[in-house]
Write a protein that binds this ligand. Structure first.
Ligand SMILES: Cc1ncc(COP(=O)(O)O)c(C=O)c1O
Length: 415
């Protein structure tokens, strides 16, 4: 498959906005969906619709089969050891809130410590703050250096406090602002050396990197379907079975029980259903399964090679723009390679990012401006907003060229 064949699969990409061809560069926020996904949603919403895991009738059996198949597809996709380790949620935020509650209730006691980094999305900060408030634990922050990399010595100083080792480290695979791929194998190795389990926020990572949770040795890996060419309202919580077995469930009701006895004798269902209370978003999850099958079928198209080329060309072109500062500079830091994914946040001297985004929009370019749900990281750089262009597998070199040319044009108008 070549790039124009791939683009043909995404109806949203061929639309015009303000009479101009859409150039969609807000993939970090959400991705467009291929026909394969849209077809599944339509087929199920419009006909093959029966609530799952409940009834013996045809529609229920068909819906259940697709839901269960999606779980097997995602198990393969991330190389989880078992389908029991793949929990369906509403998204990255849903997964992190589930974890913060269930992990917190099970393992966290007053005085315990939790570690996050300054480069986290609010969804990987606020649930931990809420958990700390509930449990009496405290939150510590692994700081980010100017380049966007993080010094492992500083992590070791946080982890190695005699008698008070943290109970958890939560870290993004790829920051939605910096676009740098954190060297997770090394970071997880260090955390495990100190006996600390690691939660990886893979909202951006799953889109741009091949993820193997066993090779990475993540204890938890979470992501959203809608950024991965799948439907909104879908997400995944991968967790090592030993933790999921021990952890108490978050929500109660529906299929997450084996037996309900009054007044207090309820027992919970085995994994993975223990964490899936209520009617699941089974149509969305079937759509997520279709999205992953779509990616799996792109075997003749090297996604990573294409995105690497776009990334290095974009870095070069943007750095040539006067007054443009990019956040998250790829390179080797502390003996580790920090690759860059095609996510470019920038500030431009003397011009507000929102003004640029508004004018780019009029040219048909969807780019993002604002805090990007990462206020503590922006504060680190004394910023209140950035402009972000984030690319997906379907974006072309021509779109990048048009973006850079339009940015130059807009800056001339605004300066
Ligand atoms: C790194 C990161 N974490 C978490 C999230 C939250 O994802 P969602 O809104 O799909 O739950 C995002 C969304 O932009 C993100 O980029």
């Amino acid at each position: 498959m070549n790039l124009s064949q791939i683009r043909e699969q995404f109806p949203a990409l061929s639309q015009k906005v303000y009479g101009k061809p859409l150039v969609y560069l807000d993939n970090g926020a959400t991705s467009q969906k291929p026909r394969q996904v849209l077809d599944v949603l339509q087929e199920m919403q419009g006909g093959l619709n029966g609530n799952i895991h409940r009834a013996v009738h045809y529609l229920s059996v068909q819906s259940t089969e697709r839901y269960d198949r999606a779980r097997a597809t995602i198990r393969d996709f991330i190389n989880a050891a078992s389908v029991n380790e793949v929990i369906f949620t509403s998204g990255t935020t849903g997964s992190l809130n589930l974890l913060a509650f269930s992990f917190g209730q099970t393992y966290i006691r007053p005085g315990d410590r939790i570690v996050i980094t300054r480069a986290e999305h609010h969804s990987n900060i606020v649930p931990w703050q809420m958990m700390c408030k509930r449990t009496g634990a405290s939150l510590e922050v692994w700081e980010v250096e100017e380049s966007g990399a993080m010094d492992p010595k500083k992590l070791e100083q946080i982890l190695d406090k005699q008698g008070r080792k943290p109970k958890l480290l939560a870290i993004a695979h790829i920051s939605n602002v910096l676009g740098l791929v954190n060297p997770l194998r090394e970071i997880i190795r260090i955390a495990h050396y100190y006996g600390v389990p690691v939660v990886v926020d893979g909202a951006q990572g799953i889109v741009h990197k091949k993820v193997d949770v066993q090779d990475m040795d993540a204890d938890f890996y979470v992501f959203s379907g809608h950024k991965l060419y799948g439907p909104t309202g879908t997400g995944v919580l991968y967790g090592k079975e030993k933790y999921l077995e021990e952890m108490v469930p978050w929500q109660g009701g529906g299929d997450m029980i084996t037996k309900v006895c009054l007044p207090t004798g309820t027992t919970y269902a085995p994994l993975p259903l223990k964490f899936e209370a209520g009617t699941a978003n089974y149509i969305g999850i079937a759509g997520l399964g279709a999205a992953v099958e779509f990616i799996n079928n792109l075997n003749s198209f090297d996604i990573e090679a294409h995105e690497k080329e776009i990334t290095s060309n974009a870095m070069k072109a943007l750095q040539e723009i006067e007054g443009c500062k990019i956040y998250g500079i790829p390179g080797t830091y502390y003996g580790q390679v920090y690759e860059k994914a095609p996510v470019f946040s920038m500030s431009i001297e003397g011009v507000h990012p929102a003004d640029i985004a508004i004018l780019l929009d009029k040219l048909g370019i969807a780019a993002r401006s604002g805090m990007l749900c990462a206020e503590p990281l922006l504060e680190r750089y004394q910023l209140t907003a950035v402009l972000r262009a984030s690319f997906a597998l379907y974006n072309t070199q021509e779109e990048l060229d048009f973006f850079v040319e339009s940015l130059r044009k807009v800056l001339k108008m605004l300066r």
